[in-house]
Design a protein around this ligand. Structure first.
Ligand code: F6P
Length: 353
């Protein structure tokens, strides 16, 4: 093994935040410093810090006491340095600025902690000659190449608790309660929290729904003496938009709630969970996953495995080329066993079996 002492590494967190980011920063940073003798630098606000050269040297002391803390001590942004901007014609391009900052600081690698967009940028930076390593995170669990991302388990816990609480008020008022869950274009968070929270109807982007099926199911429950139902709906389900409407301003939860009320005549209310799903302290499972992926990423640096993403597959830590991950989404497959099992318990997915 080549000597790692004195190697300089950067760490950044990019994209939407999630519980476990600090645990991952601590995992990479402490392992890099304590086990491999590397110097650790934290870049602020995702790729923005790399473009603008905004960084701070992180001591082991800086990395202590952050395992359980939500958010990210480095800050984050959705900056995409390879996206062209209006100034590109006459100022230095952002990737060139990144290269200059990387070389000036004498970095050996940048660890990019983020979701799909972050992995794509990390892959492009590697192609442009910068050593990068990716660590996947997101409450959406939609990063291709890893079985699970940290942030997901915490968000499942938060959303499940919210669904549990909605149950009692739904029962008191005999109402239909719609709970909208995040997840971008993937249904993982909705499926897991929906099943864990005992949702009666679960709607995910991967399974196109038919309103007739939802209506008949809720009315059948009503006829069977169950006057309340819980509907868990993913923010990313496809809803028909008028030409003047913008998807960002139309809530899937409100749309489904209106639909159910007008189709069934039953009183319906919606709750949009929103950003509370991303906030607060990570669950123990996320703390462990983030710590392991962080430590694994530091080991990958020591082995020169650049241009790769740390991942977990069949409970084993692995790595795979960022170029294989870039541009792909991990969606819920139709034949996913949890869907089949929930269906056999009479959970409705808004579609025929
Ligand atoms: O990717 C995580 C996520 O929270 C998605 O579930 C959600 O669609 C999106 O980020 C919200 O993004 P923003 O933080 O830009 O509002």
């Amino acid at each position: 093994m080549t000597s790692t002492k004195g190697m300089k590494i950067g760490i950044l967190t990019a994209g939407g935040d999630c519980p476990g980011l600090n645990a991952a920063i601590r995992g990479v940073g402490k392992t890099a410093a304590l086990k491999y003798g590397m110097e650790v630098y934290g870049f602020s606000s995702g790729y923005l810090g790399l473009v603008n050269g905004e960084f701070k040297k992180l001591s082991v002391r800086d990395l202590s006491g952050i395992l359980t803390v939500g958010g990210t001590i480095l800050g984050t942004s959705r900056e995409k340095p390879f996206k062209h901007d209006e100034y590109n014609n006459y100022v230095q391009s952002k990737p060139e600025q990144i290269k200059e900052n990387y070389n000036n600081l004498g970095l050996d690698c940048v660890v990019c902690i983020g979701g799909n967009g972050t992995m794509k940028t990390a892959s492009k930076l590697y192609e442009a000659g910068i050593n990068t390593i990716g660590i996947p995170k997101t409450i959406d669990n939609d990063v291709w190449g890893t079985d699970v991302t940290f942030g997901f388990d915490s968000a499942v816990n938060i959303a499940t608790e919210a669904i549990d609480r909605v149950h009692s008020t739904a029962n008191s008022h005999k109402r239909i309660m719609v709970v909208e869950v995040m997840g971008h274009q993937a249904g993982w968070l909705t499926l897991f929290s929906g099943v864990a929270g005992g949702g009666d109807v679960i709607l995910i982007p991967e399974i196109p729904f038919k309103r007739e099926i939802i209506k008949n199911y809720i009315l059948r429950r009503y006829d069977e003496g169950k006057p309340y139902s819980i509907v868990v709906v993913a923010e990313g389900i496809k809803i028909p938009l008028k030409k003047t409407e913008n998807k960002r301003h139309i809530s899937a939860g409100a749309y489904i709630s209106d639909l159910i009320q007008s189709d069934t005549g039953l009183e319906t209310r919606e709750t949009i969970l929103g950003y509370i799903q991303r906030g607060g302290s990570p669950s123990p499972a996320d703390r462990i996953l983030a710590t392991e992926l962080g430590a694994h990423a530091a080991q990958m640096i020591s082995e020169g495995k650049f241009g790769e993403m740390a991942a977990i597959h069949n409970r084993k830590l692995i790595s795979l080329p960022l170029s294989e991950v870039a541009g792909k989404l991990k969606l819920v497959p139709d034949d996913y066993p949890l869907i089949q099992h929930a269906r056999s318990l009479d959970t409705c997915f808004g579609a025929k079996l």
